[in-house]
Design a protein around this ligand. Structure first.
Ligand SMILES: Cc1ncc(COP(=O)(O)O)c(C=O)c1O
Length: 474
C-alpha cells in the first residue's frame, strides 16, 4: 500500500520554507529536500493543492506552481483525478552515485576505517576454516565477543557479565530491537532535540510518541524541561546520548547525569544510553562514565564499533540486565537471526586493544575538527561555531533560518549535507546546520568554501522576513 502525508504533517515537516522568491520555488525546494532526506519516501501521495494551500496559508496558485515545478524536475507525478505522488529519486539526486565525480558527501558522519582493520581481517581470515565449522546462527552473539565486551565495560568501571550482553548488527539494530521490546503504541519516549534521526525513526516505528528535551551547544541539556517532561508524560523510555551527543558534541555534566537518573527513576523510565560516539574524545581527557550507580534495570547501554573502527563492520551490542537480554533474544528473530561470525571474530580481536585505536581516531578527528573550525572562521565568520572536544560534528548556528535553503543550494555545488530540521524531533532547527568533521581536512575546507558561496546567494535571494525574523524558527 502506498503511503500518504496529510497537509498538516507536510506543513510541519516543511517548517520555515519561505526562504526565497518566487515563493512557489521555495515551496518546491522544501518538498525536494524532504524527498532527498527520505523524509518523504517514494510513492507518497501528497495532499491536494487546496488542502496544502490552507495548511500553509499560501495561495492555491502557489501550491499548483510548486507541484508543476516538482513535476518538471521529475520529483513527483500527477494524474488527473488521483493527485500527486512522489517519485523515486533520479540519478541527479543520488549523492552516492555522484561521489565519484568529486561530490563531497557530508550527510553521514562516518570516519574512514581504522587503518589497521584490513590487517586484522586478514589475520582472522587465516582461521576461516574454524569459523565456518560453527553453526553460524547465533541470536545472542559468540561467547568470546560477549566476554570481550564485558571486559571493556569492566575497564570503564561498569562490572558486567557476558550474559548481560547481546551482540547486534550495529547500534541501529540494537536501538530498533530495544524499542520494539520496551515500547507499545502511544507510549511516550523522551528524546533530546536535536538528536540522531534514525533512532527517532525506530522509536516511531515501535508506535511510541517522542517528547523532545532541548540540548544546546552553549548550555547543554535543558534540565527544567527534562524534569517536567519526565513528571508530566511518565515516559516508558528516555533515549539519550550522554557523551559527545550527536549532533551537538556536548557531554553531560555529572549534575546533568544525576538529574536524568533521578527523574528517570521517579517516573519509572528506562534510560537507553546510546554510547556509539561516547569514546570519540579529542581533547577532553578521560572521565568516568556516568550512570554507573544506576539500579539494575533502569539503564540500558547501546554500543557500536561503527564510529570507533568502521561503519561497515556492522557490529554493535546491548548491555542490560539478564532478564531484558532474554526478552531481546526472544524478540530478535523477527528482525534478524544473528550477527555475521567473521565480523564478530574481528571485533573480538579489536576490543582488547581499543585504547590504541581510540588514540588514532582522536588525532584523525582533531585534524578534521581544526580544519573545519578554521575554514569556517575564515569564510563564514557570521556563523556561530561551537567549541567541541569530541564527537563527529559541529552543530553550527546560522545567522538566519535558512538551513534547508543552503543545503539545497550547496547540493548543486557538489556538497551534500543534511539540514537542521532533519535532526529535530518536533520541527524547527532551521537556524542550525550539522557539519561532520569526519571527512579529510582538504574536503572540509573545499566544502566550507562552497557553503560560503551558497550562503551569500541564498541570503541575497531570501525575502526580508526570512532573514530578519529573529526567533521565528527555533
Ligand atoms: C548516535 C548514533 N547512534 C547509532 C548510530 C548507528 O550506529 P551503527 O552504525 O552501529 O548502526 C549512529 C551512526 O551514525 C549514531 O551516530
Amino acid at each position: 500500500m502506498d503511503s500518504r502525508i496529510s497537509a498538516r504533517a507536510l506543513s510541519a515537516a516543511l517548517g520555515g520554507w519561505r526562504t526565497k522568491e518566487p515563493v512557489y520555488e521555495a515551496l518546491a525546494d522544501g518538498i525536494r529536500l524532504l524527498c532527498l532526506d527520505n523524509r518523504l519516501a517514494p510513492r507518497t501521495a501528497l495532499p491536494a493543492e487546496r488542502e496544502l494551500a490552507g495548511a500553509l496559508a499560501a495561495s492555491r496558485s502557489t501550491v499548483a506552481a510548486a507541484y508543476r515545478s516538482l513535476r518538471d524536475s521529475g520529483h513527483i507525478s500527477s494524474l488527473r483525478g488521483s493527485g500527486s505522488v512522489t517519485l523515486p529519486l533520479g540519478r541527479h539526486d543520488l549523492g552516492r552515485a555522484a561521489a565519484a565525480d568529486g561530490t563531497i558527501d557530508l550527510q553521514q558522519a562516518s570516519p574512514p576505517a581504522w587503518p589497521g582493520l584490513a590487517g586484522v581481517m586478514g589475520d582472522v581470515a587465516q582461521s576461516a576454516s574454524t569459523l565456518v565449522a560453527r553453526v553460524g546462527y547465533d541470536v545472542l552473539g559468540r561467547i568470546e565477543l560477549r566476554e570481550a565486551i564485558a571486559r571493556h565495560y569492566e575497564r570503564r568501571g561498569i562490572p558486567t557479565r557476558p550474559d548481560e550482553v547481546l551482540v547486534t548488527t550495529g547500534a541501529q539494530s540494537a536501538i530498533h530491537l530495544v524499542a520494539s521490546v520496551l515500547l507499545g503504541r502511544g507510549d511516550r519516549v523522551l528524546v533530546e532535540t536535536p538528536t540522531y534521526p534514525h533512532a527517532v525513526d525506530a522509536l516511531r516505528r515501535a508506535g511510541s510518541r517522542p517528547v523532545g528535551v532541548p540540548v544546546t551547544t552553549e548550555d547543554g541539556w535543558d534540565l527544567d524541561r527534562a524534569e517536567q517532561a519526565f513528571a508530566r508524560t511518565l515516559p516508558v523510555m528516555a533515549y539519550l546520548m550522554p557523551d559527545f551527543h550527536n549532533p551537538t558534541g556536548r557531554s553531560m555534566t555529572p549534575e546533568e547525569r544525576d538529574l536524568f537518573l533521578l527523574a528517570g527513576e521517579r517516573a519509572g523510565s528506562v534510560l537507553v544510553l546510546d554510547e556509539t560516539t561516547s569514546e570519540l574524545d579529542i581533547d577532553r581527557g578521560a572521565v568516568a562514565p556516568g550512570f554507573a550507580t544506576a539500579e539494575p534495570g533502569t539503564v540500558v547501554r547501546v554500543g557500536s564499533m561503527g564510529k570507533t573502527v568502521w561503519g561497515g563492520l556492522r557490529v554493535g551490542w546491548v548491555r542490560a540486565e539478564g532478564d531484558l537480554i532474554r526478552r531481546l533474544v526472544a524478540a530478535r528473530p523477527a528482525q534478524d537471526l544473528g550477527t555475521p561470525e567473521f565480523e564478530q571474530a574481528v571485533v573480538t580481536r579489536l576490543l582488547d586493544d581499543l585504547d590504541g585505536i581510540l588514540a588514532q581516531r582522536s588525532s584523525l578527528l582533531r585534524s578534521g575538527r581544526d580544519a573545519l573550525v578554521s575554514a569556517l572562521a575564515e569564510h563564514l565568520p557570521e556563523w556561530r561555531v561551537p567549541a567541541v572536544n569530541g564527537g563527529v560534528s559541529l552543530w553550527i548556528e546560522l545567522n538566519a533560518p535558512l538551513s534547508s535553503a543552503v543545503v539545497i543550494d550547496v547540493r548543486s555545488r557538489g556538497v551534500l549535507l543534511s539540514a537542521g530540521p532533519r535532526f529535530s524531533v518536533e520541527g524547527g532547527h532551521e537556524r542550525h546546520l550539522r557539519v561532520p568533521f569526519t571527512a579529510p581536512p582538504e574536503e572540509l575546507v573545499r566544502a566550507v568554501r562552497e557553503l560560503a558561496q551558497s550562503w551569500r546567494s541564498v541570503r541575497a535571494g531570501a525575502p526580508a522576513t526570512a532573514v530578519d525574523r529573529v526567533g521565528a524558527v527555533v
